[in-house]
Design a binder for this molecule. Structure first.
Ligand SMILES: [Zn+2]
Length: 262
C-alpha cells in the first residue's frame, strides 16, 4: 500500500514522506501494524508482516506503480475541479485504489493486477453500488498481449474469468493502463469482439462423404477491434447499468454504477 494510518498524527500518511522512525503505521483495512519499505528501485510502500492475512496485502510493484501514476495523472487532470482525490480510502468493506470525490458524484478506481474471483468481483460491485460510487476497473496493459510479435497486428487474447465479467459489465470493452507510460499517458480502452473458429471440412474415413464443421465461437478468446489511448477521466461517462445474466453462465452480473467510455 502507498499509504497507512499514522495514529500519532491521526492521519493517513504516504510512505514516500515517512521513515521507519516515525512509526508505528497501521493498515486501515485489517488494523495490523505495517512496515515501511523504502529503497532506491522499489516504490516506497507499506507492507504487512508475512503472517498477516489481509485483502490488500499482496499488491505488486506493478500495482503500486499504476496506482501512483493514475493518482498523479488525476491530480493533474482534475486538480481543483473536484472536492478531493484520495488514495486507498476505506469505505466500510471496499477500498478503491483511487477515489475521486466530485461535487456531485464519487468515482472509485480499482486496479486489478492479480485475478479476482467472480464472487469477490460481484461483492465489490454490489458494495460500490450501495455507496453510490461509480467504478472504473483498470487492468495492466501489455503490448505483447494484444500485438503479434511478427507483424504487430492485433491478435486474439484469452480473457481470465474476471476479465470476461468486466468485459460484459463494461458493454464489451476493457480499460487498461500502461505503466511504462510510453504508449499512453492516460487510460486505454480496448474494444473487443468475438473470435470464430474458421469453417473447415474433412473427408470421412472411407472417403465417401465430406464432413463440414460450422464456424464456432471461441468462448474465452476475444479479438481487439479498436484501441483508444490517452483517455482522461473526463472521457468517461457515469452510467447506471442494470443487472443481466452473464452469457453462458448461471449467475447474474449485478446492477451497478460504472464509468463508461462510449
Ligand atoms: Zn491489512
Amino acid at each position: 500500500m502507498l499509504t497507512a494510518y499514522h495514529p500519532q498524527s491521526s492521519k493517513q500518511v504516504f510512505a514516500a514522506e515517512q521513515s521507519s522512525t516515525n512509526g508505528p503505521f497501521f493498515c486501515p483495512a485489517c488494523g495490523s501494524e505495517l512496515r515501511i519499505k523504502k529503497g532506491l528501485k522499489r516504490i516506497h510502500h507499506f507492507a504487512h508482516l508475512p503472517e498477516k492475512n489481509c485483502l490488500y496485502k499482496s499488491e505488486s510493484q506493478l500495482h503500486l506503480r499504476i496506482k501512483k501514476q493514475i493518482y498523479y495523472s488525476l491530480l493533474q487532470e482534475l486538480g481543483t475541479n473536484v472536492k478531493d482525490i484520495s488514495l486507498e480510502k476505506m469505505i466500510e468493506t471496499i477500498r478503491p485504489d483511487v477515489l475521486v470525490e466530485g461535487f456531485k458524484k464519487e468515482i472509485g478506481i480499482e486496479i486489478q493486477v492479480t485475478p479476482l474471483t467472480p464472487a469477490e468481483l460481484i461483492r465489490r460491485t454490489v458494495a460500490y453500488y450501495q455507496h453510490k460510487i461509480y467504478v472504473l476497473w483498470v487492468l495492466p496493459f501489455s503490448a505483447t498481449r494484444f500485438f503479434a510479435a511478427d507483424d504487430g497486428e492485433f491478435q486474439s487474447i484469452r480473457l481470465k474469468a474476471f476479465e470476461m465479467m468486466l468485459y460484459y459489465m463494461n458493454y464489451k470493452h476493457l480499460i487498461f493502463w500502461d505503466d511504462t507510460e510510453k504508449l499512453s499517458q492516460g487510460f486505454i480502452k480496448v474494444a473487443l469482439g468475438d473470435v470464430w473458429q474458421k469453417p473447415s471440412a474433412f473427408y470421412s474415413i472411407d472417403w465417401s462423404t465430406i464432413i463440414e464443421f460450422n464456424p464456432k465461437k471461441l468462448k474465452q478468446k476475444k479479438m481487439p477491434l479498436e484501441i483508444e489511448y490517452d483517455l482522461g477521466l473526463k472521457d468517461f461517462k457515469p452510467v447506471y447499468a442494470p443487472a443481466f445474466q452473464m452469457p453462458k453462465a448461471d449467475y447474474f452480473l449485478p446492477k451497478r454504477f460504472i464509468m463508461l467510455r462510449e
